[in-house]
Write a protein of this length. Structure first.
Length: 219
């Protein structure tokens, strides 16, 4: 019997790209220097965070139609009400083509009587010709180099998110753009969502740019 969704409101907001603030300029060079603009680095950080959180929250609250579960993997919604470790592989199509695959394990501890749950997820997120639209209509296509490590924690009490919902992504990827640019970037970001204040933050670095955003959901 499928467990009723415990997370009707857990799914993190769409991470509006305009809400991600980065400091730095295109002339600031370093080990991760690239010809990507600040705006494009912002877009990729937001897209990567959104994809990772969407996969994690989709598993906890029921499978979204845009994802596919590999044959042989167990649904988190069907496991027993006790601590269990579930191995999963899920794929998501990217806006302009290609896909992202997230594969790993989730340790889940559920108390159905109190409608409470705590999870810890460790996975890798691999981009395969994943294309998104950058500024001025330029397409940015990313591939894993080889992948990005994804970790996340979630907690639900009485059917509602409780405490900070966190995720982090750290790794490397390559990119190419439809106007002829290409390169390699590293990403190291952590995002949190505080359900008490509806505040979402993303902090870290992407493509040599500093990411530091705070946004209230619904604003």
């Amino acid at each position: 019997m499928r467990t009723p969704s415990l997370l009707p409101s857990l799914l993190l907001p769409g991470l509006l790209l305009s809400g991600v603030a980065l400091s730095g300029c295109e002339s600031s060079l370093g080990p991760d220097a690239s010809p990507l603009s600040v705006e494009d680095a912002r877009l990729l950080a937001s897209e990567f965070d959104a994809i990772g959180n969407s996969v994690i929250d989709g598993m906890l609250g029921g499978f979204a139609p845009s994802f596919s579960l590999d044959a042989g993997a167990d649904s988190l919604a069907s496991v027993a009400s006790e601590p269990v470790t579930v191995t999963f592989t899920r794929t998501q199509s990217c806006p302009k083509g290609g896909q992202v695959t997230v594969a790993g394990t989730t340790i889940r501890d559920v108390n159905r009587e109190t409608r409470s749950m705590a999870t810890e997820t460790s996975a890798t997120k691999t981009h395969a010709s994943c294309a998104v639209e950058g500024r001025n209509g330029v397409t940015i296509t990313t591939n894993g180099n080889p992948n990005i490590a994804l970790t996340a924690t979630r907690k639900v009490v009485s059917g509602q998110p409780s405490g900070l919902q966190t995720s982090s992504q750290k790794g490397s990827f390559t990119y190419s753009t439809s106007d002829g640019r290409s390169g390699t970037c590293t990403i190291d970001i952590t995002s949190t969502f505080d359900p008490a204040t509806k505040t979402h933050t993303i902090k870290g670095t992407n493509c040599g740019r500093t990411v530091d955003s705070t946004r209230t959901r619904g604003s």
